[in-house]
Design a protein around this ligand. Sequence first.
Ligand SMILES: [Zn+2]
Length: 67
Amino acid sequence: MEEDTQHPGEPAAEHAVCTRCGVTAESGAPPPTWLCSVENGVRLYFCEGCARTHIRAIEGRLDSNWW
Ligand SMILES: [Zn+2]
């Protein structure tokens, strides 16, 4: 019986999910085009589209609550 679960050696955690639109990174790890922001000690990921849309707010170091 073959189960399609995690591959051995691959960390189960850290499946990057866009904080804004909820899209999941296909490879699990966030692509280089994604943006990573740390707010209150929590690591947030933003996909390429969301990062572009909100780049100014991110660069302004505003919490996503302000968007
Ligand atoms: Zn997104």
